[in-house]
Design a protein. Sequence first.
Length: 334
Amino acid sequence: MACFSPDGKRVATCSSDRTVRVCDSGGEFTRLLLSHCHEDSVSRITFSPDGRLLASSSYDKTVRVWDSETGSEIAVLRGHTAGVLGLAFSPDGRLLASCSVDHTIRLWDVQDWMTTRVIMGHTSDVHDISFSPDGKRIVSGSTDRTVRVWNIARTAAPEIALHYRRQVDCVDFSPDGRHIAIGNYRIVRVLGAEDGRELLALYPRQIAKRFNWAARVAFSADGLRVAVEHADNLGHDDGLCIVWDLDSQECTEVIHQSGDVRAIADGAKRFQYRALARRSEVVIEETATKSPVAWFHPDGVRLICTHPSGSAWAGAVGNYIHFFRLETIGTQRG
């Protein structure tokens, strides 16, 4: 996994080799700020909304928090009794939520890093969590085949609990908080956030037969599109992303390369260019026309994240972080 800080000044990666790496993304992208180890594979990383903090979760049962500017470790959060699978900061940055194989969600106060609440109710691994834009609710998806919506201030019981035939692997609140998207095995469902009513059911395998299950689902910034990233049988990204327009319920794009699923959902309305990874190259193309404008050839890069400017990207492979920047696109006239 790779991600830029909100201000674009740093990029972080995590890996199954137990490391978290943070690099300064200014200038020539060369200064390594942080390279520390968990005691087991790192599952997720996320920056705080102000970019000052970086949190990492691991199968070693801990969440670690780092100062993203200095690279120093701020806290080691212990309390989960099994591997930690997901992380999310609240929109105001005051809380950090973590979800785990131990069936729970924990809320941590960013001021003192104490647990403020343990949310219990799932009966199996909690795979993913997402805060509502107002920070008052959390949606969670689990191997117990449920999606649940919790009010973090009110009761121990979920406000919404929906049961499905297969597990729920990924969740996302829409930017306006009105909808929730979930990856329910081979189906992408869009739900009403207030009552859980199913508004849409989208079937990726009708579009791409090799679609196995949803690894990640994301709304566009305007909430008008949703994108889903495919995972293979081992749970790894396999270079397939599908985008739907929610008003027309039409599939608008099928991408057979790896990319930044949220940037792909945003499309040309937000980003003029995008980066897509193939086995032996990374291609930069115009988002609207899909015309390639640049090629890079780092072997094996698959984890792509997009700089807030939309003109730089980072990708990870093994122990390396690769940076790609688009300087100027000119036109020659003859």
